[in-house]
Design a protein around this ligand. Structure first.
Ligand code: FES
Length: 180
């Protein structure tokens, strides 16, 4: 079961393709706020046995969030060996919670803030099973059940004010269309 959201779908795609090429049954769930924000549907569908789209506003596929689709698949009797989830931190956190409820192993792809990306600055540190790892060199993939999600989410927000100021300046100087 492959679950993707936002730009995480682009990172999920090569995993979908590799799993399918290796002969696995692949069920892909892609979610977003609205239909236009769910990218690479055609590409993912090409390498999936089944593709389920969920949207918060019901503009495409199932109305709701990806975790509801995860539960629906298990409820209908599908035997799932492993889950991958890549997307916004909050999505991966709740996919992990759902996987725990369903008794499934889950791999997540953590995207902590990074500075040097070489394992030297420590900015990207994450706690996995009580031990410190660096997202940039030890990850990005980790066992979702072992991630300290509270710490991870709080570290992701530590420069929120600065990020907002920076984005406002960017839009002011370069224009909104250039990054949308
Ligand atoms: S980004 Fe600096 S150690 Fe990972």
């Amino acid at each position: 079961m492959l679950v993707g959201g936002g730009v995480g779908i682009a990172a999920l795609y090569p995993i979908i393709r590799a799993l399918k090429t290796a002969g696995n049954k692949v069920i892909t769930i892609l979610g977003g706020r609205t239909a236009d924000l769910v990218i690479m549907k055609k590409e993912c569908a090409e390498h999936s046995d089944e593709l389920i789209v969920t949207t918060d506003d019901g503009s495409e596929g199932m109305k709701g969030v990806v975790t509801e689709a995860m539960k629906m698949i298990v409820r209908r009797g599908e035997k799932i060996d492993k889950v991958w989830a890549i997307g916004p931190s909050i999505m991966m956190k709740f996919c992990t919670k759902t996987a725990a409820e369903l008794g499934l192993p889950i791999i997540v792809s953590l995207n902590p803030l990074m500075v040097d990306g070489t394992g030297m600055c420590g900015c990207c540190r994450v706690s996995i099973d009580g031990k410190i790892f660096f997202g940039c060199v030890d990850g990005p993939e980790f066992d979702g059940h072992k991630v300290n999600w509270e710490e991870f989410m709080s570290r992701m927000c530590q420069y929120k004010d600065e990020e907002k100021i920076s984005m406002e300046k960017y839009v002011e100087e370069v224009g909104e269309e250039s990054w949308l």
